[in-house]
Every structure is written in structure tokens, then in C-alpha cells.
Design a protein around this ligand. Structure first.
Ligand SMILES: [Zn+2]
Length: 418
């Protein structure tokens, strides 16, 4: 039995979601790419909303917004937040729900005149999406001291703008990005509220997902070097067809991931480029990107070993060469057991149904987890749809998310009884 919820908090969140949908590049849905004028406008507008609630605000050297409500007895903050940048033609809810729910938490504390032992912070992370520069969660990586500055120095967007130039146009200095690093002593805990971006909560008719771990991707760029030749005159027995070899690998990635699916492991080949790409020429070269994600390190290790075995076998049998470039290899990140417990208690107290679940997508929370005890709250995405203009979460679920976040943050920040 679930309690009927009032929608007051969801209504404020939805009003902001509508307003921010207009802060977008023209086109379908919302496009607010990281470190653009539009993105900076969105962040500055949010800073003034926080200031209206009596918070002090600052933008750190990596472009993260940090708004703070002081604590009474401690400097160690309890933080919550998410991101305001989007993919191209995005929906309205990814990132924004977590940011505006965090503001709603502060508004609730203000209207109830609640003081807390620990300060409460809202963090809006810069460049969570990899859409512009191919690197995801840049702001939280900077905060956790995990940013690879050499990679970013060389990163370019589609128009050819280098990362350091892009951030300079927004008043930031790339040489100072390292200064965004924070210490564990500054933060007691962090919680990110986010839409699920998948169908599990909706299909199971559960209101809240308490995230147990965040799946880490391992990504390879594979170059299959075969031999291009005439498709009419080259015998089947002497061909070195790069696409036929690539096809074997595509199917193997799927087969291996299916074998490991009980460990929430998934495998995808999402990019394939065939050269020369003509109907009467045997493909001579294929470039492909294969990825595995898993919530179990050992499961992913097995996937990596098996894929290597397959690549070697295909090379040998077909007499061609496959170059393997490892683009990224991350270990799954566990959410903190005590923060999970706090979130579960908040759900129970509000009569909300919840399920413990893994996150298949990456989030800023995975970087924050190396700084302080971290948790995530998921709310349902209708149809599991995300990174799409029709992405939607209903008011009931947003309300449930806000009250869960509010109670969780309050427990961690410790209200002062007066
Ligand atoms: Zn997001």
C-alpha cells in the first residue's frame, strides 16, 4: 500500500524543468552542451535561485556550481545534486530532476526553519555528458582529483574547438582545473537523485530505486585490417573480409554478455565503419567500438578475457590483423552501505515502495564515491526512455524522489532540536 502524495514539491520542480527547457539551442528537445554560453546561463540562473534561498554560491575552477547552506556545528557538508548539461536533442529530466529536487530540499528546510549540524550543499556538476568532448563526468572527476588533463588538453568538439579554448570562452582557465579537487574532510556524504533511464522501476511498479552500484564501462576501439578486392573475381577461399570478421566479433560480444547477464553485464558494439564501403568491393578495413558494462568486476574480467580469445581466434583463422585499442577500463563503483540504509529508512518513513538496483549508466556519483560515502536515488522513467525528447517522469514519482532526498539529507545533516 503506497501513501497518496501531495505534489507541492514536484510542482516546483516541474516549473523549473519547464523554464530550463527553454534554455536550449534550437532544435528538437533540449540541447545544452557543456561549457557553452547556454550551459553557463543555466548554471548562473541556478546560482541566483540558490542565493534567493539564502545560500552562498560559487563556481569552482572546473565550472561546477557549489551552493551552500551553513551548518551550526560543523564545516563538513552533506551534499546533493546532479547536472544541468545535456546530450544533443535531450529530454527535460536527465540531471535537472536531481538539481531541482536538491533546491526543493533547501526550500523545505527553510520553510520549516530547520537548522542542521552539518552544512548542506547543492552541487551542479559540469559536463556530465560526454556529448561534446567525448569525456563524461568532467566536473565530478575534477572534484575527485581523477581528471586526465592530458586527454582533455587534446580533446576537441565537432566544430574543432579544443577543450581549453571552450572553457576559456566561459571564463574558466584550463590550467586551474586541478584546483577543483576537494578533500574527504570537506564532505560527510553525497546523494544524487536521478531518473532511472531504464524500465525496471516502471515495470515492477516501484517508486524508488536505491542504487547499489554503478556499472563501469570497458571500451575498445578495434581496427580489423583485411584485404579489399573485387567482389566478383576474388574466390571465397582466399578472401580477407574485414566485415565478416567484425560480424563474428559483434555476435561474440552479444553472446558473452548474455552468458554473464545474471551479473548485470551488458555488451554492445555501437559503432562500425566499413571501408571502402562499396557494394562490389570486399571490405578491407572495419573500425568498431565495443563495450562491456558490468556491476561485477570479476564478470567483466571474464568478458575481457573471452573477447581477447575470440579476437585471436578470428585473426588466426581468417589470416587478417585486428588492432585493439583500450579506450577506457573502469571498475564498478559500490554505493555506500550506510547511505543506502539512510535512503531505505527515508522510503520506509514515507511509505514509499523501493527496490535495490544496479545502475547501468554512469553518473557523477561514481566519482564522488571516492571522496565521501555516496548514494543514489532513482525515480521511474516512463517507458525507460532517456536521452530522447520524450523522456518523462511523472509528478507522483518526482514527489516521491524529493521527499526521499529530503529525509535522507536531513538524517545525514542532523537537525538541531531547538
Ligand atoms: Zn544524467
Amino acid at each position: 500500500m503506497t501513501k497518496t502524495l501531495h505534489h507541492d514539491n514536484a510542482a516546483s520542480v516541474l516549473t523549473l524543468i519547464d523554464e530550463y527547457a527553454a534554455i536550449s539551442t534550437e532544435g528538437q528537445g533540449v540541447t545544452r552542451l557543456a561549457y557553452t554560453d547556454i550551459d553557463t546561463t543555466a548554471k548562473q540562473k541556478f546560482m541566483s535561485l540558490c542565493e534567493k534561498e539564502g545560500m552562498t554560491t560559487r563556481m569552482d575552477s572546473a565550472g561546477n556550481v557549489i551552493a551552500r547552506r551553513p551548518g551550526v556545528q560543523s564545516e563538513q557538508a552533506v551534499a546533493c545534486g546532479s547536472h544541468l548539461d545535456t546530450v544533443v536533442n535531450a529530454g527535460r529530466y536527465d540531471g535537472t530532476v536531481g538539481v531541482f529536487a536538491a533546491l526543493e530540499v533547501i526550500r523545505m528546510m527553510n520553510s520549516r526553519n530547520i537548522q542542521t549540524k552539518h552544512p548542506v550543499e547543492i552541487v551542479v556538476f559540469a559536463s556530465e555528458e560526454s556529448s561534446r568532448f567525448g569525456v563524461a563526468t568532467i566536473g565530478s572527476k575534477a572534484m575527485a582529483g581523477k581528471l586526465d588533463l592530458d586527454v582533455l588538453a587534446q580533446a576537441k568538439d565537432k566544430s574543432g574547438t579544443y577543450f581549453p579554448d571552450a572553457v576559456r570562452s566561459q571564463g574558466l582557465n584550463f590550467d586551474d582545473f586541478g584546483k577543483a579537487k576537494r578533500t574527504s574532510a570537506e564532505l560527510k556524504a553525497f546523494i544524487e537523485l536521478h531518473i532511472e533511464q531504464g524500465p525496471l522501476l516502471e515495470t515492477q511498479e516501484v517508486q524508488i530505486g536505491v542504487v547499489t552500484s554503478i556499472a563501469a564501462p570497458t571500451r575498445y576501439r578495434l581496427e580489423v585490417m583485411g584485404q579489399a578486392s573485387h567482389s566478383g573475381t576474388t574466390n571465397m577461399s582466399i578472401r580477407k573480409d574485414a566485415l565478416a570478421a567484425a560480424a563474428e566479433i559483434v555476435l561474440e560480444v552479444e553472446r558473452l554478455a548474455l552468458q554473464e547477464q545474471t551479473n548485470y553485464s551488458v555488451g554492445t558494439v555501437g559503432f562500425l565503419q566499413v571501408s571502402p564501403g562499396s557494394a562490389n568491393t570486399i571490405p578491407g578495413r572495419v573500425e568498431m567500438i565495443a563495450e562491456f558494462r558490468s556491476n561485477h568486476g570479476e564478470s567483466k574480467d571474464r568478458l575481457k578475457i573471452e573477447l581477447r580469445r575470440k579476437i585471436d581466434a578470428v585473426q588466426k583463422r581468417r589470416g587478417l590483423t585486428i588492432h585493439t585499442h583500450l579506450l577506457g577500463d573502469e571498475w564498478p563503483v559500490l554505493m555506500d552501505p550506510s547511505v543506502r540504509e539512510v535512503i531505505r529508512e527515508a522510503c520506509l518513513e514515507n511509505g514509499l515502495t523501493f527496490v535495490e538496483m544496479a545502475s547501468g549508466a554512469g553518473h557523477d556519483a561514481m566519482n564522488m564515491a571516492s571522496l565521501c560515502p555516496t548514494g543514489m536515488v532513482f525515480i521511474p522513467s516512463v517507458g525507460g526512455l532517456s536521452h530522447h525528447p520524450e523522456e518523462f517522469s511523472n509528478a507522483d514519482d518526482i514527489q516521491a524522489g524529493v521527499v526521499t532526498l529530503y529525509d535522507s539529507i536531513l538524517r545525514l545533516a542532523e537537525p538541531i532540536r531547538s
